[in-house]
Each structure stands twice: as structure tokens, then as C-alpha cells.
Design a protein around this ligand. Structure first.
Ligand code: ZN
Length: 142
């Protein structure tokens, strides 16, 4: 066949004219198609992320509860244990909400929320056990 642009004689299965570069056949691989397809995943990852402040607060609360627990242990302060227990319960609640938000709405801090939940449960569990042991010790003494 002949090129419709420059008129040079080219092979029938040619997609582009070797002389002038004009597209003469209907090629299956169009160079312009590939970059458009590559842009699509970028648009998907650019979804607006939901903030997850509750999950972060839960993690911070769990860390603070551990801190109060350690200080309470060193100072042998029952009051600090109670503060630590309250913070631990707050950490469990906030972390559970944060974990739920993270998994349902693709929000950040999923790992932090899980950590906060685990630490909160451990602090509360140990505090309750120590509280029961403390009560038992008191009942033995008096
Ligand atoms: Zn040509």
C-alpha cells in the first residue's frame, strides 16, 4: 500500500510509515494508551483518608496508663493504681473505636489502635488482679 501522507510504497501490515512516521494502519498497540492506564492506580490511592484521632488517643492513653502503673508500683500508691486502671479502661474504649474506624474507613493508626487495645487490656487485667490480691491481703491482716 501507499502512505496517505507522503505517498511512499510501504508494506501492507505496517502501522506507521517508515518514511514520514504517519500512522497508516490500525495498530493494536497504541503508544498513547499505556500512560493513561498507569495514571488510574494513582487516582485510587489518592482517596481522602479519614482522620483517626480516637485511635491515636487510645494508644497514648494506654502508654500513660502503663506509666502511672509503674509509678504506682514504685510509690506503692493505691491511688495511682486506680488512676492507671481508669486510663486503661479509657485506652481500651478509645482503641476499640479507633480500630473499628481504621478497618471500616481506611483510616490511619490501625496498628497503634491494636497496640493500645492490647496494652490497655493488660494494664486493666493486672490492676484488677493486684486489686483482688490487695483485698485478700487486707482481709487476712485484719
Ligand atoms: Zn509516509
Amino acid at each position: 500500500m501507499f502512505c496517505k501522507n507522503c505517498g511512499s510504497n510501504i508494506s501492507d501490515d505496517a502501522v506507521f510509515c517508515p518514511n514520514c512516521g504517519t500512522q497508516v494502519g490500525e495498530g493494536q498497540s497504541q503508544p498513547q494508551a499505556a500512560p493513561v492506564a498507569e495514571n488510574k492506580p494513582n487516582n485510587n490511592t489518592a482517596k481522602p483518608q479519614t482522620s483517626n484521632a480516637v485511635g491515636l488517643v487510645g494508644f497514648i492513653l494506654s502508654m500513660v496508663s502503663v506509666l502511672f502503673w509503674i509509678i504506682g508500683l514504685i510509690a506503692s500508691s493505691g491511688l495511682l493504681f486506680i488512676v492507671s486502671l481508669m486510663l486503661g479502661i479509657g485506652a481500651i474504649v478509645c482503641s476499640a473505636i479507633g480500630m473499628n474506624t481504621a478497618s471500616k474507613q481506611n483510616a490511619p493508626f490501625r496498628g497503634l489502635s491494636i497496640s493500645g487495645l492490647v496494652v490497655g487490656i493488660v494494664v486493666v487485667a493486672i490492676s484488677i488482679i493486684l486489686f483482688i490480691i490487695g483485698l485478700a491481703a487486707l482481709s487476712v491482716m485484719f
